[in-house]
Design a binder for this molecule. Structure first.
Ligand code: ADP
Length: 525
């Protein structure tokens, strides 16, 4: 094989005419023995980056991959192309593993996919010594390299030990690949895997064929169904929910409404999960209702939409999850329903978790970036790429904000009323009660706390309940208000609220679409 060049292998084995993006550079760099870090969006074509040099170089190539399903798919695909590929993981019986070992040692296997925990076994490392001595090692590819990052939800402790490869086999080139693009994760990969000297190949993370849209949640199920009916009556797609229970309920509800929906989450037994995944991949038009347990390594090119009924955890998660749509390059939708409840429950989940304070702080920042993105009025493609440190000209003509630019209004006065209402009532009540006070509604709770006496009672009658919800949501999303766990989710002021209360700065907010007749007049904005 070594007499062939990269282009020939691309054509003769993979059947493609041209390399995509940085593929050719990566392939040549690795083929010549260099180390590389490859950042490429999902669907960008990372696999070829190590598969072709694996075939060009003498010896066995080792691919570290975190998921059994992912390995199986890749190996099957390679075998169909006539490449001698195999995988070694916990799904193999002892005798199968033994036979495979014999084939490896006789030089029969060209590309071997291995689970990280397997790789670390001293028996496997000894096998690699032997391979190195007799056949040679072509390269090490570390797929889904962001699994080394303890901040990400795909964290795999065994990935941390992969530096052993470099220590034991310093002359074998290594390539780490990921679709997670943010700078801290990238730095962590480089540090954890000792890739300081590796060449970095960073592709554009833009997904121009994805139409991003964030709608205000009022009745999420109905909104979802309307979205499906009008835009995806027969398409395959993924609906993400935060909890297993919500996945089950949503899937059951969609089924009862005649949709071809299946649930997927870590609480289902392995056989069911596998069955549903297989159906989703092989049959047409299936809607997978899932937690984030579903998705990594799912290579289905024609997923036409990804819908979020709950907020993802961060911009990275949003990008990854929505990125599973439209891998074939054709138009696809990323649709999300979002509301104040999401802000509150995400903040609560974060604060009440038992993660160390430092980690919570990082996660809070990540959530804040996502909330800011939800409320942003600018181009979504631009917003996403900005987060990943990449420039985009904006005006994508492909997102909600570019297609129907939202109005903004000067909400300074409303914000001050809302914030001082929080303050005057002791910073421990939720929005429902605060809004009752602002619009001057006497409820049993208002009476119980004697809140008709506070100075903010009835000062906000000119705005509707919906408008006040919008104001509170945006104040919480932008970090002027935070959720107090000890007070059962009551809102309290943050430092950032002070300048607003003192009248030192203005607050501009997005004008939510409101039912006709209920809209603020131009003069009020
Ligand atoms: P990633 O791992 O980056 O998500 P894959 O390696 O799975 O992406 O590739 C995504 C899809 O693009 C696959 O179906 C693959 O066969 C296809 N592909 C990759 N490189 C090329 C190329 N140079 N020309 C045409 N198709 C390609």
């Amino acid at each position: 094989m070594s007499h062939q060049n990269a282009q020939e292998v691309l054509e003769s084995i993979f059947g493609y005419n041209q390399f995509r993006g940085p593929q050719q550079d990566v392939v040549e760099h690795l083929a010549q023995g260099g180390d590389a870090l490859v950042l490429m969006p999902t669907g960008g074509g990372k696999s070829l980056c190590y598969q072709i040099p694996a075939l060009l170089r003498p010896g066995l190539a080792i691919v570290v991959s975190p998921l059994i399903a992912l390995m199986q798919n890749q190996v099957e695909a390679l075998q169909q192309l006539g490449v001698e590929a195999a995988f070694l993981n916990s799904s193999l019986q002892a005798d199968e593993a033994y036979q495979l070992q014999q084939r490896i040692l006789s030089g029969d296997i060209k590309i071997l996919y291995v689970a990280p925990e397997r790789l670390m076994l001293s028996s496997f490392l000894s096998l690699l010594d032997e391979v190195q001595a007799h056949i040679g090692l072509a390269l090490f590819a570390i797929d889904e390299a962001h699994c080394v990052s303890q901040w990400g939800h795909d964290f795999r402790p065994e990935y941390r030990q992969l530096t052993i490869l470099h220590e034991r086999f310093p002359d074998v080139p290594r390539v780490a690949l990921t679709a997670t693009a943010d700078a801290p994760t990238r730095a962590e990969i480089i540090e954890r895997l000792n890739l300081e000297h590796a060449r970095q190949f960073i592709s554009s993370f833009d997904r121009p064929n994805i139409r991003y849209r964030i709608v205000l949640k009022n009745n999420a199920r109905q909104q979802l169904e309307q979205f499906l009916e009008t835009e995806h009556p027969n398409d395959a797609g993924i609906v993400y929910c935060l909890s297993r229970r919500k996945v089950d309920e949503t899937a059951a509800w969609l089924q009862s409404r005649g949709w071809n929906a299946l649930p997927y989450h870590a609480g289902l037994d392995a056989a069911t999960r596998e069955k549903h995944q297989r159906q989703f991949l092989r049959e047409e038009g299936i809607i997978m209702v899932a937690t984030i347990a579903f998705g990594m390594g799912i290579d289905k090119p024609n997923v036409r939409f990804v819908a979020h009924l709950d907020l993802p955890k961060s911009m990275e998660s949003y990008y990854q999850e929505t990125g599973r749509a439209g891998r074939d390059g054709l138009q696809a939708n990323a649709w999300m329903a979002y509301g104040l409840g999401d802000v509150v429950s995400m903040r609560q989940m974060l604060d009440s978790g038992d993660a160390p304070e430092e980690r919570k702080r990082v996660e809070r920042q990540k959530l804040d970036a996502l909330l800011g993105f939800c409320e942003a009025t600018g181009c979504r493609h631009q917003g996403i790429l900005r987060y990943f440190g990449e420039a985009h000209p904006g005006d994508c003509a492909q997102c909600d904000n570019c297609l129907t630019p939202p109005d903004t209004w000067n909400a300074t006065e409303a914000a001050r009323m809302a914030l001082s209402c929080v303050y005057r009532t002791g910073q421990r009540f939720g929005t429902g009660h605060l809004i009752d006070i602002l619009i001057g509604k006497v409820t049993p709770q208002v009476e119980r706390f004697n809140h008709q006496q506070v100075s903010t009672f009835g000062i906000g009658k000119q705005y509707s309940v919906a408008q006040w919800s919008s104001v509170f949501r945006q104040l919480a999303a932008s970090g002027l208000l935070e959720v107090d766990i000890a007070a059962y989710g009551g809102l309290r002021l943050t430092e950032a609220a002070r300048p607003v209360l003192r009248g030192e700065c203005e607050v501009w907010q997005r004008q939510d679409p409101t039912p006709a007749g209920n809209r603020m007049s131009k003069a009020e904005r």
